[in-house]
Every structure is written in C-alpha cells, then in structure tokens.
Design a protein around this ligand. Structure first.
Ligand code: SAM
Length: 215
C-alpha cells in the first residue's frame, strides 16, 4: 500500500474523529498525524487501521479506538521532559504516541508475545526512548519510579495502590475503572496532600489482570 494512502487516512482520522470530539492539544494532534497506526494492526484488518473503532491484535486483546487513545493521551498533559509509565503495551501504538510526547516511556505488558511484537515494530520505526518489560503491570515498575504520568490501557476494578505510590507529586494517572464489561475513565492527580480524582465518562476496555486488578 502506498504511503500517501496511509497519510490521507491518518489526516481523515485526526480531522474527522479526533478534533470534532474535542481533542485540541497541538502536540497530541501532531503525534497522531505522524505515527503510522497501520504498522501496529495485524493483517487481515490492516486496511481498517484508521477506522473509528478498536481492532483485534491477537491473544484476545485489542488496539484501542483512535479517539480513546487520543483522549487518554490528552488527559495525561505530557511535557517533553516527562517520564511516563504505560501498563498494557498491546499493539504498541499508544506507546509510540507517548514516545513522541515524553522523554522516556516505560511500558509493561503481561503477554510476552504481544510485547515482543510491539518491541520489534517500535524498534523498526526508530524509537529509542522506550523501555519494555513483561510482567504484571498492576505492580507498576518500581525501579524507575516516580513517574510524571501513568496510563493504564485495561479496565480495573479499582486503582492499583502501587501505581498511586509510584506517581510523582503533580503527576497524572489515567485509568478505566469499573466492572469487567464497562468502566469510567478516571484521572487521578497527585497533590502535596492526597489525590484529586476526576471522571471523564464511560468506556469499555479488556480487563486488567493481575494482583491489584482482576484475578
Ligand atoms: N494501548 C494498547 C494499544 O494501543 O494497542 C491497547 C492495549 S489493550 C486494550 C490492553 C492490554 O493490557 C492488553 O495487551 C493486555 O494483555 C494488557 N494487560 C492486561 N492486564 C495487564 C497487566 N496486569 N499488566 C500488563 N498488561 C496487562
């Protein structure tokens, strides 16, 4: 498939799906115009890569809908010098978006085959600021904590305590919280004393499976 075909699809995704629904951070918009989402979508669904829906990536998992990736990214309010922890690498698409916007990205995935696939694609695309780990992301990644931002791309019954503990003061954590089949998108901001919690409406994610998630 010719590159300008994908570029056209990417522009349509940004201007017809993301911007009309309220995505306005210029850096976020530029990242979505740049990252080749189709590279992260396995065949036979590749032609639908820029559609307004999630797609299967194997192992019963999904690459999230473009708007949901954009909304969660915007809510993180990333700065160029930020270090961000991502739980649920999946296809690696969200990871690439984060790598465009932050200084270092630490990403954790529990399914090794997905992590290896994402790593291969991200290395081929030239990303050098991403650190990969296979394991239970509900425990966070203590070694490199605290983080300026944490994003969880799977639905959890509650907010895992280790992730709150690994958030820097002023740091933002975005996570879907609810039951197995429907959640609400929550942003938690760490204040000098305690946490501020905001609700950004309903969403549907695959379950976060681990010690501080679903069993
Ligand atoms: N952001 C991803 C993308 O753009 O492709 C979508 C990720 S998918 C909706 C959620 C991912 O979270 C799955 O790959 C799943 O295996 C992973 N996951 C679930 N529980 C996890 C855990 N405890 N630790 C790390 N990853 C987990």
């Amino acid at each position: 498939m010719k590159e300008d075909h994908w570029e056209k699809e990417r522009k349509a995704m940004v201007w017809e799906q993301l911007v009309p629904r309220g995505i306005k951070d210029e850096r976020v918009i530029q990242a979505f115009l740049k990252v080749p989402r189709h590279e992260f979508v396995p065949y036979p669904d590749r032609e639908d890569s820029y559609g307004d829906f999630p797609l299967p990536i194997g192992e019963g998992q999904t690459i999230s809908q473009p708007y949901m990736v954009a909304l969660m990214t915007e809510l993180l309010k990333l700065q160029e010098e930020d270090r961000v922890l991502e739980i649920g690498t999946g296809s690696g698409y969200q990871t690439a978006i984060l790598a465009e916007l932050a200084k270092e990205v630490y990403t954790v995935e529990r399914i090794e085959i997905l992590l290896e696939r994402a790593k291969k694609i991200l290395r081929r695309l030239g990303y050098k600021n991403i650190h990969f780990r296979v394991g239970d992301g509900t425990l966070g990644w203590e070694e490199f904590a605290p983080y300026n931002a944490i994003i969880v791309t799977a639905g959890s019954p509650e907010i895992p305590q280790p992730l709150l503990d690994q958030l820097e003061e002023g740091g933002r954590l975005v996570i879907p919280v609810g039951d197995r089949y429907s959640q609400v998108l929550i942003r938690v901001t760490r204040k000098r004393r305690g946490f501020k919690r905001e609700n950004f409406g309903p969403c549907v994610f695959v379950p976060l499976i681990g010690k501080f998630g679903w069993s």
